[in-house]
Write a protein that binds this ligand. Sequence first.
Ligand code: MSP
Length: 482
Amino acid sequence: MANQKQNKYYLTTSIPYANAKPHLGHAMEFIQADTLARWHRQRGEEVYFQIGTDEHGQKLFEAAEQAGAEPLSFVNEMSETFVQLAGDLNVDYDAFVRTTDAHHKKGAQALWQACEKDIYKGTYTGTYCVACELFYTAKDAVEGMCPVHPNRALEDLEIESYFLKLAPYQEKLIELIETDAYKIFPALRKNEILSFLKNNQLEDLSVSRPKTQLVWGVEVPGDNSHVMYVWFDALANYITGVGYPDEPNFAKWWPADLHIVGKDINRFHSVYWPIMLMSAGVELPKALYVHGFINAAGGVKMSKSLGNSVSPEEILQRYGTDALRYYLLRYIPHDADGEFGLERFHAVYTADLVNNLGNLVQRVASMTTKYCDGKFEIAVTGTPSHLDDLEDAAFDDALQKIWKELDALNEAIDKNEPWKLAKTDLQATQKLLYEWIGDILKLSAALAPFLPSTAEKIHNIFTDGRVDMHVGMLFPRIEKED
Ligand code: MSP
């Protein structure tokens, strides 16, 4: 069984709430996951890459109401904006799950039934944040306000609810995380969860809402007066998307090799999700990568009301897909928060993409046209081994290494001055150019998972021993907007 699964890789992003249009944080998660998916495909693995949208819950219901729309037509429209963004970012996914899909709802109900021995009905009294879809204790609250949404007062709520017992699984979960049987990385995130698990007795999780409070959700099997808590329903997407409980695809793809999520939803994925699976007798995913947050320049939270938020579509239209992919992968640290400001983005675009990579390819191509009649003789492709490791999702380090090599190539050209050498020794000039083309093609193979269409363009410029100057510039120089 293990062997049969060795060459496959199933990875997922979180599924964003379809309550508003996507922002830069969503774009980053898509891009990170797509880069990993492409990297694994490049290694000959069979990859299944799933994304989707989270479409139930009170927050969604309220957003639809505010927009004056029926919930379903509202989420249809919002979900489409995520599909559109994924396309614009060149995200090559295999499946897009929507939690309003009939097969997802059936699968979520099957998961609930599988957990039934740990589920009981009780009463919940607490303070609730609608934006987080989460109850908070008095300890969490900041002067009565939500700790994540400082403008949102916590609401007092007493409801009849089903609960999932968590405590019976606590010790086992600590062991699984400690031994990396369920690997949470970077280490900071793993330690955060371990210290939470070791210092708190887990309270049972409220996993339903009475329909008197909320109707927009998946019905609890056997009790049509309750819908599932949106997180129970949403987390299930990772298994329903590959056919849980009984489609053949489920046995093929589950357990997932990697879930990718942001730091604010670490606990859902490293505590509640694995416990739901243990309760249901389903294998745990192998790993969880937790990324940080993108803030505006200066480290402040991006928000529409502060006027410092940047829409991904705005950047894409002006600078193109690979420019955004590059910035987010290279300059948002993979293991911490990062910043996005237009000024810095523009400077990086010009320095790293126009002047470095773009110019390198341009001048090697035009010198080959000039000194070699547009022809070259080499047969080097494939990924250079020293740029080989993305297992730890260190996109920033990997790109830094590639850019160091690009710097070295640019320096070698400046030092050798082929435009002078060609006057005295054409053969030596040609040899140098062939070498550089080989190096560019190697780097471009390494770059392909990060900047797929740039890598493809480079390949098209230097293909079958001929330089094609019609492919056009990789990165046009762009004037800064005032
Ligand atoms: N619907 C839930 C996820 C359910 S998964 C079973 C959710 N949605 S969300 O839209 O709020 O967030 C989706 C993803 O975007 C999360 O991984 C979240 O951490 C990430 N980000 C939200 N804001 C972000 C930034 N400012 N920066 C980077 N990522 C951020 O949570």
